[in-house]
Every structure is written in structure tokens, then in C-alpha cells.
Design a protein around this ligand. Structure first.
Ligand code: HEM
Length: 460
């Protein structure tokens, strides 16, 4: 009997430890939860916060997101059965939102209810560039950079990018097999470097510049501690190299008259660096930083879209056959009538293939905003100071207007179906919207169209 009681006593010890730990953990969790919620909630607003748990103290649900990826978001939306949920990510209380009308509110609320938000590491690496600027400077930079994306500029970019795309695809054709992801990345980097930043093809040969650029972008979402061996330190070094290479390009261009130079984005913008006209904000130094910004905004996104298109073309040869048919009908198949921006835009089927590629795997999943003042959305409170994460990916994947949405079907954009237009403009929010809408959307689609035309030409 004594032995039995002793065993019971021994057993009680771990149970006691477990129960006490559980009570302490629950108390810490509740303190943290109520601290985050009640220090953040706006008491002047009667609406409740959106549904959703906040995860563990301090780390919130960041670890879950990192291990589960996009499944984390999908499951949270489904569990809460609502077009928004609250969570705690990377040290910040966050509300993730989808749905065409909700995106309209966020995207058109810039500088009023929200402003764009970036991690400190990205700010340090990119500097005070267009994407990261706000207010008057942002408006000024958009006006300035838009000169690189006029109709005339885009027409010039057809001539600059065409030989690169032709050479790129020709070299793929000589290989036994090609890894689409690597091949498109390399090709799209070369196009962005030549057409946007004015590099000579020889200056980027060998892929060294592309590797440097990749090191640069790997530092964007890291802790900004300049310590040996960290991606952030590598990114800082890569930035130095990129800027010094751009220095050489600018120097070369300064010695060349505008008429004799290639009409790339850097040349176009250099011709407009008029310090007086831009209120003294625009200098060659800031122009170089903005070129790196454009390279960053344009390269990864477009190469991701190109890889998606290659994947679907390889699975469905009819896509290229149909594009070829359209090119024959419009007299573009041997480029005897010249490939121009306007003629490419007129090819509706081609355009719809590009649009469908962007829909099925949107290259930009969404954007971060900081809430400037509390507002209500669908009856829920979005409190000042919190982060809003607007989701392009979920808006597309939960939208009811896309029939058989996992199928690659360019005809969903045909005049008879117009699925993208059902439910409003932000039912197809691929390029964002409002005052922060994508500046390179025409350019990106132009490059993707040319890529498809060149592939269709060879698919005899
Ligand atoms: C398929 C390719 C592309 C996609 C899907 C895409 C998508 C987007 C999206 C969704 C935004 C808004 C982000 C936000 O709201 O925070 C954006 C902004 C931007 N994009 Fe793109 N983009 C693409 C290609 C390009 C290219 C090729 C360039 C330039 C050459 C470019 C330049 C920019 C710039 C400068 C901004 C920031 C605008 C601002 O903050 O005012 N993008 N892009």
C-alpha cells in the first residue's frame, strides 16, 4: 500500500509540472493577446476586429506561415469564413484582406487611410526610390519615371528587346533540354538590364551581373544587421557593385549624343534629369537608384510570368498553334510587316494568353500597407497602426467569376465571357491599382507577348 502511494506521489510531480506550465503559458498568452488587441483597438470605433487568432506571444503566427507557405492563408480564410482575418506576423498585428471591393478601398486609400510599408532592410538597400517614397516625392517620381513608359518609348523597347529574345530562344533550341526557370530568369534579366538600365550586351555577358543582382535582392527581407556572412552584408556589397556598373553606363551615355544612343529607359530619363524642373529632387545619383528600383520591380515579376507561360505552353501545344494562327491572320508571322507595339496589342488571343498566365500564377501575391487612420471594412474595424496585407492571389483564387479556375483558359477573357470584368475592376488586380499601380505593366506584357510570338514562329 505504501509503495502504491509512493508511485502515485511520483506520478503527481510531472502532472503538477505540466499543469503549472500550462497555466503559466495560458496566462502569458492571454496577457500578450489582450495587450496586442487592446493596445491596438480604436475605442472610438464600435466595430469589432476581424476574426482570427494571433498565434504565440511575440512570434505570433510567423513560424506557421514560414512552414506552411500559402496554405496558411488559405486555411485561415476558410476557417474564418470571411474575406479578412487578423493575425500577428513578423512582430506586427496584421489583417489580411481579399475581394475586389476591399482591394478597391485599400488601393484607393493611399495617403488617406493607408500608406505602403516596407521592411527596414529593403529601405536601407533601395534608398529613397519611387517604390518606397510617399507624398509629393512619390507623385514627382511617378511623373518623372512615366516618361520611360510612353507609347513611343515602348515602341523603341520592341526593337531593343527583340534581338535579345530571338538570340535567347535560338540558344535554347540548340540545347537538348532547358530548365525553364533558370533560362527565363537569365533572359529576362538581360532584357531588363539592356532595355531599362542601358547596359551593353557585352557588359552583362556571362551572367555575373545577374548573380550580383540576385545577391542584392536576397537581402530585402532580412534583419538589417551588417554582419559577416549574412545575406544583408552580401546585399550591401552587391549594391556597391551594381551602382558602380551603372556609373560606367551613365558615363558612357554622357559622352554619346541622345540621337546616337540607344533609346533605353536610362537614356530617356537621363535626358529629363532637369534639376530645376523637378524642384531640385532629381539628380543623376537618384536616377541610378531609381534604375535599380525599376530593375528590381520588373525583373523577378516578368521572369516569373514567363516561366508560367512556358510551363502551360509545354502542357498544351494548342496554345502556340492558336497564337501562330492569329499571327498568320494579322500578317505578323515572319515579321515581314514589322513587329510594333500597336500590332502586338491588336493580337487579342496573344494578349489573352498573357493575361491568363498572369491570372493563374500572379507574380505579385499582394502588398503591405500601414493603416494611417482607423476605418471599417465589411463591418470590421481596421485599426490605426496595424498592417494590412491586401491579397491579389486570394482575390483571384476565391473569385466566383472565374469558371473552372484551375484550368489555363485564355478564352475566359474573350468578349463573350469577360470573366475578369464580372464583379468589378479589381477582380483582376494583377498590377495593383490607385496611385501605386504598376508603372511597368505595359512593358511587362509587351515582353511576354514578344516571347510568345517568337516561340510561335518556331513552332512550325
Ligand atoms: C508581370 C509583371 C509585373 C507584375 C505582375 C507587377 C505587379 C505590380 C503590382 C501588384 C504593383 C503594386 C504593388 C503595391 O500595391 O504595393 C506594382 C508596382 C510597381 N511596379 Fe510592377 N509588376 C510587373 C512588372 C513591372 C515592370 C516590368 C516594372 C518596371 C520596369 C514595374 C514597375 C513597378 C513600379 C515602379 C511599381 C511601384 C509603383 C509605385 O509605388 O508607385 N513592374 N507592380
Amino acid at each position: 500500500m505504501d509503495g502504491y502511494l509512493e508511485v502515485l506521489g511520483l506520478l503527481r510531480m510531472p502532472v503538477l509540472i505540466i499543469v503549472t506550465s500550462y497555466i503559466i503559458a495560458a496566462a502569458v498568452y492571454n496577457c500578450w493577446y489582450y495587450y496586442v488587441i487592446y493596445s491596438g483597438i480604436d475605442r472610438n470605433c464600435k466595430a469589432p476586429l476581424p476574426p482570427g487568432g494571433m498565434g504565440w506571444p511575440v512570434i505570433g503566427e510567423s513560424f506557421k506561415l514560414l512552414t506552411q507557405g500559402s496554405k496558411f492563408y488559405t486555411e485561415k480564410f476558410q476557417r474564418n469564413n470571411c474575406r479578412m482575418f487578423k493575425t500577428h506576423l513578423f512582430g506586427r498585428p496584421t489583417i489580411r484582406i481579399y475581394g475586389a471591393e476591399n482591394l478597391h478601398t485599400i488601393l484607393h486609400g493611399e495617403n488617406n487611410i493607408v500608406e505602403s510599408q516596407w521592411p527596414q532592410s529593403t529601405k536601407n538597400l533601395l534608398g529613397n526610390v519611387l517604390t518606397l517614397s510617399s507624398g509629393d516625392r512619390h507623385t514627382m517620381l511617378r511623373r518623372y519615371v512615366s516618361r520611360a513608359f510612353t507609347h513611343e518609348a515602348l515602341q523603341g523597347y520592341v526593337e531593343l528587346s527583340l534581338p535579345l529574345i530571338q538570340d535567347g530562344i535560338d540558344s535554347w533550341c540548340t540545347e537538348k533540354s532547358v530548365l525553364a526557370f533558370d533560362a527565363t530568369r537569365r533572359l529576362l534579366f538581360d532584357i531588363a538590364a539592356v532595355v531599362l538600365c542601358g547596359f551593353d550586351h557585352k557588359e552583362i555577358e556571362g551572367g555575373e551581373m545577374a548573380d550580383t543582382f540576385m545577391d542584392f535582392t536576397k537581402g530585402f527581407f532580412t534583419l538589417p544587421f551588417d554582419l559577416p556572412g549574412t545575406p544583408y552584408r552580401k546585399a550591401l556589397l552587391a549594391k556597391k557593385i551594381l551602382l558602380s556598373r551603372l556609373d560606367s553606363v551613365v558615363e558612357r551615355k554622357m559622352k554619346t549624343s541622345p540621337e546616337e544612343d540607344t533609346q533605353d529607359a536610362l537614356r530617356i530619363l537621363m535626358d529629363h534629369v532637369d534639376e530645376e524642373a523637378e524642384g531640385g529632387h532629381m539628380t543623376t545619383e537618384s536616377l541610378k537608384a531609381d534604375m535599380v528600383d525599376l530593375l528590381n520591380a520588373g525583373f523577378n515579376t516578368t521572369s516569373s510570368a514567363a516561366t508560367t507561360l512556358l510551363y502551360h505552353i509545354s502542357r498544351n501545344p494548342d496554345l502556340l498553334k492558336n497564337i501562330r494562327q492569329e499571327l498568320i491572320q494579322s500578317g505578323l508571322i515572319d515579321r515581314s510587316n514589322g513587329l510594333t507595339f500597336d500590332r502586338l496589342v491588336e493580337c487579342k488571343y496573344l494578349t489573352n494568353v498573357v493575361r491568363e498566365g498572369l491570372r493563374i500564377a500572379p507574380p505579385v501575391g499582394g502588398g503591405f500597407r500601414k493603416v494611417l487612420k482607423t476605418f471599417e471594412l465589411e463591418g470590421y474595424q481596421i485599426p490605426q497602426g496595424w498592417t494590412v496585407l491586401y491579397s491579389i492571389r486570394d482575390t483571384l483564387s476565391f473569385s466566383d467569376s472565374y469558371f473552372d479556375r484551375d484550368q489555363f483558359d485564355p478564352d475566359r477573357f474573350s468578349p463573350e465571357r469577360k470573366e475578369d470584368q464580372i464583379g468589378g475592376r479589381y477582380n483582376y488586380p494583377i498590377f495593383g491599382g490607385g496611385s501605386r499601380s504598376c508603372m511597368g505593366k505595359q512593358f511587362a506584357q509587351l515582353i511576354l507577348r514578344i516571347l510568345l510570338v517568337e516561340l510561335a514562329e518556331r513552332a512550325k
